[in-house]
Design a protein around this ligand. Structure first.
Ligand SMILES: [Zn+2]
Length: 270
């Protein structure tokens, strides 16, 4: 599933279309990705409009067009954006194509858990207002994190990390990476962290988000070699720190990977 940095990478795939007119819009209007969206209105609003720019927020994206239209995109499990040369015929999973003179901007989503929506009229769309601060923003303070951990004090820290209202854009691999880098068992309760551990969580989660955005988010390049991500999906992966065979289990409803040696700290209380 695309997380913060993967979403950022896909958002940039449409950068080449900035400043250009959308000549026509092609879509598979009955597909689930358009649930709740009037596809005819979307086609009407975007045809003849110029793509002005885009913004990302966690796992969400906003594309702005002249005339006041905004297209919101959430990639869900398997959504992808790409730009193609003109004249390509859409594939089975290419549910939206914005045709420009020099290229086609394509939204592809085989599993269709993603979502496309439209807002018209100037001003910030209702679904883009009041978003929580991103992890790398100045508004994501230590105090905010401490308060939010206390509100989730009985949940595992891993669940707090997956909560899009607290760590927008953080998904399964990033949550495991953060827990591994702070050397904490992922089932540790959010309310059990002392001030130093809270500070570590704050500092390391920001660093991991920033580094992921600078690598994967720019050109899909590899994050640092010593990160857990490279072992995360291996069947018999070993801890990059001490070579121990990694443990797997379900925490916060998700498959979780951790090192039984360096992430001993504060496991599930009885
Ligand atoms: Zn280890």
């Amino acid at each position: 599933m695309p997380e913060l940095a993967e979403v950022e990478y896909f958002r940039r795939q449409w950068d080449s279309g900035f400043g250009s007119l959308v000549i026509a819009v092609a879509s598979h209007p009955k597909m689930r990705v358009f649930r709740g969206t009037d596809v005819a209105a979307l086609q009407k609003a975007l045809t003849g409009a110029r793509l002005l720019g885009s913004e990302g927020h966690g796992k969400q994206m906003l594309f702005r067009f002249s005339g006041g239209a905004s297209l919101g995109i959430h990639l869900g499990m398997s959504g992808r954006l790409r730009a193609e040369a003109t004249g390509m015929s859409p594939g089975k999973h290419d549910h939206l194509m914005l045709l420009q003179e020099q290229r086609s901007l394509v939204y592809c989503d085989p599993r269709m858990f993603g979502r496309l929506r439209l807002a018209v009229g100037n001003g910030v769309p209702e679904w883009w207002r009041n978003l929580p601060p991103t992890v790398i923003s100045p508004a994501f303070t230590r105090t905010l994190l401490a308060e939010q951990l206390m509100r989730r004090r009985r949940s595992p820290v891993k669940a707090a990390l997956l909560d899009q209202d607290l760590f927008p854009g953080v998904g399964n691999w990033m949550a495991d990476e953060i827990m591994w880098q702070i050397k904490m068992h992922p089932a540790t309760r959010a309310g059990d962290l002392n001030v130093l551990q809270q500070h570590d969580l704050w500092r390391v989660s920001r660093r991991i988000c920033r580094t992921a955005l600078k690598t994967i988010g720019v050109d899909w390049s590899e994050p640092p070699k010593n990160w857990l991500i490279h072992r995360h999906w291996q069947k018999r992966g070993r801890c990059p720190r001490d070579g121990t065979l990694l443990d797997h289990g379900t925490i916060a409803g998700r498959t979780t990977v951790w090192c039984p040696v360096c992430q001993k700290g504060a496991a599930q209380p009885g």
